[in-house]
Structures are given as structure tokens and as C-alpha cells.
Design a protein around this ligand. Structure first.
Ligand SMILES: Nc1ncnc2c1ncn2[C@@H]1O[C@H](COP(=O)(O)OP(=O)(O)O)[C@@H](O)[C@H]1O
Ligand SMILES: [Mg+2]
Length: 262
């Protein structure tokens, strides 16, 4: 793990307001994500993966403990546009072209942003391989292309932290594999710290430098697994290699254990 930390959680608990008082979702999370690290996150449905990303993005207040982004509060990090989010659905505006969708975040809430960013939509569209479609509208794109627009839109803010919540979950496997490779290339070029939630064990192994496994009932950290030994000198691994399959089987067992506990 690189020396400087991008995200640090200590004794962090997160949850929501319920009818009978606050409902805790994740408890006692201790986590250090290094600057420039690619961390993948696995866990059973409802264990709090999205909740964790929301807290980093300052979309949810912390209940207990401490959470910092580059040594600052999530709110401070958000106001200087250090954090960007990519969701499972691309959520593009249908009446705006691809290029106009990419520049959107720079036109929204501009007053509260302390770090100005020059709009370079074509640069970011080029990086995700879509510059030839800049003048199209979202309905003229495939699901994979729409998701690449969403990634370009997030990158355009030049975030230090990119939060990705099952961004490729709705795509077919071939498209997903291709976008995995594109994302790794983009990650290397930008040096961003990435937190990437997925349901796919193989995707978690292929993309991550480490994988964080969360357990449910109660939501908590179950394990952190270093994936570096699986990667070649360029940071890639073969999905079908024996090592990868063994790690996948190990992760599958952890996920089974973590979804049963009460
Ligand atoms: N806005 C909300 N209000 C109340 N409870 C919520 C809200 N969002 C999520 N939850 C609850 O928090 C738990 C974790 O949700 P989530 O983080 O979305 O899980 P995951 O992403 O791991 O599937 C679930 O039990 C879910 O019902
Ligand atoms: Mg989720």
C-alpha cells in the first residue's frame, strides 16, 4: 500500500434514522486506503457497501468514530471536488448530448466549489474511447457506452477519489471485461484512488490491489485480502489462472460465512 492515506476510518459506524430511532448499518469499521490505491469491495446484499461509499461522498453523516478523506472531513473534501461517484445506472440527462452530459457537474453548484476545473469534455471522452459519439444523445448509446459517459463525467472533475458502486453490474460479461481493462488504464493514467463495489468476485480480484470483504448482520469488516501476489509486473492477472480461481473460492467462502452471521 502507498504511504500516504487517502481515506481513513477509525471505529466508524454508519446508519440511518429509523422510526424508532437511529438504525446502525455498519459498525466499528477500521480502514486505511492508500493514495492511488484501487480497493474493491465485496459483501452480501444489504451489508452496507453503498452506505460506506455514501459516507465517503458526504451523502450520509457518520454516527460514531472518525472518517477522513485526505486528512479532511468528507464535507471539506466534497466542497473542493475531490470525490466523484459513478452509480450502477449512468443517470444521463436525455435532452443533453454526450458532451453536454460530461460537462454537467462543472455547471452545477459552481459557487460552492473551491477548486476550479477547466472543461475538457473531449479529452475525457477520448480517454473512455467515446470522442466519436460526443454529439449523440443518451438514447443513441448502448448500456456500456452510457456507463463510459458516466465515467468520463466523473473523471472530468479530476477527482482524487473515484467511488464506483457496481458500475458495470448491468452490463454483459464481455462488455464488462473490456470496461475493466479500460478502467485499469484510466486508473494508471489519472492516479486516482478508487473504491469499487461489485457483486462479481472475479471482477473484484481482477481490478483490485486489495479487496475489502464486508459481512452482514451486523454490517462490519470481515476481511481485507491483498491481491498483489496474483498480479503480473503490469498489474494484470488472468481470470482463469489457478491462483485467481483459488482466491475466488476463498472469497466465496468468506462471503457465505459473512451472510449467515447474526
Ligand atoms: N436511505 C436509507 N434509509 C434507511 N435505511 C437504509 C437506507 N439506505 C439503505 N438502508 C439500509 O441499510 C442497509 C445497507 O444498505 P446498502 O448500503 O445499500 O447495502 P449494500 O449496498 O451492501 O447492498 C440495508 O439494510 C438497507 O435497507
Ligand atoms: Mg449497494
Amino acid at each position: 500500500m502507498p504511504e500516504a492515506s487517502a481515506i481513513q476510518a477509525t471505529g466508524l459506524s454508519l446508519g440511518y434514522a429509523g422510526a424508532g430511532g437511529p438504525v446502525r448499518v455498519l459498525s466499528d469499521v477500521d480502514l486505511i486506503v492508500g493514495k492511488g490505491e484501487f480497493l474493491t469491495i465485496l459483501g452480501p446484499s444489504g451489508c452496507g457497501k453503498s452506505t460506506l461509499l455514501r459516507a465517503v461522498a458526504d451523502l450520509l453523516p457518520t454516527m460514531d468514530g472518525n472518517l477522513s478523506v485526505f486528512g479532511r472531513t468528507p464535507s471539506e473534501a466534497r466542497s473542493s471536488r475531490e470525490v466523484a461517484f459513478v452509480f450502477q445506472e449512468a443517470t444521463l440527462l436525455p435532452w443533453r448530448t454526450v458532451r453536454q452530459n460530461v460537462t454537467l457537474p462543472l455547471q452545477v453548484g459552481r459557487k460552492s466549489i473551491s477548486r476550479p476545473v477547466e472543461p475538457k469534455p473531449d479529452h475525457w471522452l477520448d480517454l473512455v474511447g467515446l470522442s466519436h459519439l460526443a454529439d449523440r444523445y443518451p438514447h443513441q448509446l448502448s448500456g456500456g457506452q452510457r456507463q463510459r459517459v458516466a465515467i468520463a463525467r466523473a473523471l472530468q472533475c479530476e477527482p482524487d477519489v473515484l467511488l464506483m458502486d457496481e458500475p458495470f453490474g448491468a452490463l454483459d460479461e464481455i462488455t464488462r471485461d473490456r470496461l475493466n481493462d479500460e478502467l485499469l488504464t484510466i486508473w494508471r493514467r489519472t492516479g486516482a484512488t478508487i473504491l469499487f463495489v461489485t457483486h462479481s468476485i472475479i471482477e473484484a480480484i481482477y481490478l483490485g490491489g486489495r479487496v475489502l470483504v464486508l459481512a452482514a448482520n451486523p454490517g462490519r469488516v470481515q476481511a481485507m485480502i491483498d491481491l498483489a501476489p496474483l498480479k503480473d509486473e503490469n498489474g494484470f492477472c488472468r481470470r482463469e489462472s489457478t491462483n485467481v480461481q483459488e482466491t475466488a473460492a476463498h472469497l466465496r467462502r468468506l462471503l457465505q460465512e459473512g451472510s449467515l452471521t447474526a
